[in-house]
Design a protein around this ligand. Structure first.
Ligand code: AHR
Length: 330
């Protein structure tokens, strides 16, 4: 499959950025005295409920596996992730894992890790690189499939989604972070699923950066600029929840006057789905920690691992959300 990207941005000092699960930020030689593994994990940020759940899963799983985890939050900035990875290389960690904020621009730093003989695992998001020898494996969702599931459900439920009943379904799309794999792939999958359906059209599409605030602001703009919006397709729950706030502030009823389809299925999104404000959610599973630690152990032990590990996911209707909401972990 095609590998993916990156972008750039501002800076925070690395000392403020790099935290460690074990409360220490000191250098560690490869292989701890007790034989445990040191992992450097460069997280995207804390932009969404999904990300918070993913961070918790990684931190808890590292502790359970007995790993020393050096964790950094890049605040959605590629340059911060690159600095964190360079710091992990300097600290001679045993394995580096990261979720690339954008798809392109990683080759140089990944070459540095390779020269230092530190294996890299991609988790959640892919990089766009011709050189697949720069990482051992990629663990995460099939984002194109997620977009397809959203589009297919819309087409199957076209009658209900045509809110004004005029035979044309106007969709506005709230995109994830520009250049990020889930934003590019969900847009691609959704577009391919609605392609053959002449009545469905994406009339406006803009990034909300995967945040609630971003989704709200972009939705406010769409409500001012677009006439006859039937459906919002938000690339994650948080932007969909922001859109709900904007729709309600405009005196409209989400789920009735404007239908909303999202991706993730975090607890807040599922509550809005069960309440009828969201119509359909495609699940994206953030609980990648246990599989990540398992893969990291194998990689450090020199065992073969699959090139690609795809996360298993489902979808939720309003009725299904109501059934599982109370037991939703995140
Ligand atoms: O990469 C996964 C995506 O990133 C999630 O869908 C979104 O909520 C998060 O910010």
């Amino acid at each position: 499959m095609a590998k993916k990207t990156l972008v750039a941005a501002s800076a925070i000092t690395l000392s403020a950025m790099v935290l460690t699960a074990c409360g220490s930020d000191s250098d560690s030689a490869s292989g701890n005295d007790d034989g445990s593994i040191t992992m450097g994990f460069a997280q995207v940020g804390a932009e969404s409920g999904w990300r918070t759940a993913n961070t918790k899963s990684v931190q808890e799983s590292a502790e359970e596996a007995g790993f020393e985890l050096k964790f950094s939050d890049a605040q959605q900035k590629q340059e911060n992730q690159i600095k964190a990875i360079r710091s992990y290389i300097q600290q001679k960690v045993d394995v580096i894992a990261f979720s690339p904020v954008v798809e392109t621009g990683w080759d140089a730093v990944l070459q540095e890790a390779k020269r230092a003989k530190i294996p890299v695992i991609l988790t959640d998001r892919a990089v766009d690189s011709e050189d697949t020898s720069l990482y051992e494996t990629f663990l995460g969702s099939d984002f194109i499939l997620e977009g397809e599931k959203a589009g297919e459900w819309l087409v199957e439920n076209a009658g209900e989604m045509d809110v004004d009943g005029n035979g044309a379904i106007n969709v506005v799309q709230l995109e994830g972070t520009t250049g990020a794999a889930p934003a590019l792939d969900r847009a691609e999958g959704f577009a391919s699923a609605i392609e053959a359906e002449d009545t469905v059209e994406v009339v406006a599409s803009q990034t909300g950066d995967f945040t609630r605030d971003g989704g709200k602001k972009v939705m406010e703009t769409f409500l001012g600029s677009e006439k006859g919006i039937d459906v919002v397709f938000a690339h994650n729950d948080d932007m969909g929840l922001g859109a709900i706030e904007a729709i309600e502030a405009a005196g409209l009823e989400p789920g009735k006057d404007i239908k909303i389809i999202t991706v993730d299925a975090v607890k807040d999104g599922m509550a809005a789905l069960a309440e009828g404000k969201i119509s359909f959610i495609v699940e994206c599973n953030p609980l990648l920690g246990p599989q990540l630690m398992d893969l990291a152990q194998k990689v450090v032990d020199g065992e073969d691992v699959p090139e690609r590990v795809v996360t298993e996911e489902t979808t939720f209707t309003q009725e299904q959300a109501a059934e599982v909401l109370a037991d939703r972990q995140y």
